[in-house]
Ligand binder design. Structure first.
Ligand code: FES
Length: 309
């Protein structure tokens, strides 16, 4: 495949023809913020967070849908680009709840991250606010449409990766919403609780219900485990806090297959609120011990013999 060479922030970058400016910039080590772009959802071009300045272009193109070309000169952080990104963030914040102090997504929210990066403290746009009821009808997924930024990632993952198409865009203009068919609740829909939509949601429009109030992203360590309930070998993450498993989460797309209901329920029974290490009663108290100690055959045999007597 032919290559093209372009200049990004004064650095010559050579990439295969067909590569987008976003991919070329990332390969060269430059940061470009994105909200709607993902590997499963390339070319959606809805949020415009990824705009860049390209010499000779009449406007600021979205880098995720612009192909790199020979001789192109790109600036990823020019004053005009920064101003455009600040305006987009302000427009999103104009009707986005700012309950970051108590939001479960605090510290793991793209909108919050970019507002901080581009120093947007509040929106200068005043207008109508959304006031949808929170949909908690689904046993695993909480849907807060007031926080939805309409990036379309959840729609795409449900349709293109899972092949289920449980949710889609509905209505128009300010009333556009991501919802199951005929405005059903998520609980009434055909959702199978894989929670991949939660894994790709950049804000807190979709959150994992059993994890609500159990901790913030930075408090969890993640452990990848393979489900043993069938021979598909799906991997998922255990969220661990203070040495205890507090939840099971789908892995980001591309890393594993989705987690099905059977796997999720089984895994929760196996791991959640269960000790990660074997426990042994010593002086009337259960204490963590090593597997070597727990599986000390003599000890186990002695105890079994004692029970027989
Ligand atoms: Fe490029 Fe949204 S990330 S338009």
């Amino acid at each position: 495949m032919a290559n093209v060479t372009l200049t990004i922030n004064d650095k010559a970058v050579t990439v295969p023809a067909g590569t987008t400016v976003l991919e070329a910039a990332r390969q060269a080590g430059f940061f470009i913020p994105t909200l709607c772009h993902s590997e499963e959802n390339p070319g959606f071009g809805a949020c415009r967070m990824c705009v860049v300045e390209i010499q000779g272009a009449r406007n600021l193109p979205a880098s995720c849908v612009t192909e790199a070309a020979n001789g192109m000169v790109v600036d990823t952080e020019s004053p005009a680009v920064i101003e455009a990104r600040r305006t987009i963030i302000e427009l999103l914040l104009a009707n986005h709840p700012t309950d970051c102090l108590t939001c479960d997504k605090n510290g793991d929210c793209r909108l919050q991250e970019y507002a901080y990066r581009y120093d947007v403290k509040k929106s200068s746009f005043e207008g109508q606010k959304k006031s949808y009821p929170i949909d908690d009808s689904n046993p695993y997924i909480l849907r807060d449409s007031n926080k939805c930024i309409l990036c379309g990632k959840c729609v795409s993952i449900c349709q293109e990766v899972e092949g289920r198409a449980v949710i889609d865009f509905a209505h128009r203009g300010f009333n556009t919403i991501v919802t199951p068919a005929i405005d059903q609740s998520l609980g009434e829909s055909d959702c199978v609780y894989c929670a991949r939509c939660v894994a790709v949601c950049p804000v807190a429009a979709l959150t994992y219900k059993p994890m609500a109030g159990k901790g913030r992203a930075w408090e969890f360590t993640k452990k990848s485990v393979t489900c043993k309930f069938c021979d598909s070998g799906c991997k998922f993450n255990l969220n661990i806090k203070d040495g205890k498993v507090v939840g099971v989460a789908a892995q980001p797309p591309g890393k594993s297959r989705p987690l099905c209901l059977k796997g999720r329920l089984g895994i929760e029974l196996l791991y959640v609120d269960q000790p990660l290490a074997p426990m042994l009663k010593k002086d009337g108290e259960f204490v963590e011990v090593t597997w070597a100690e727990a599986l000390n055959l003599d000890d186990v045999l002695e105890k079994l013999k004692a029970v027989e007597k």
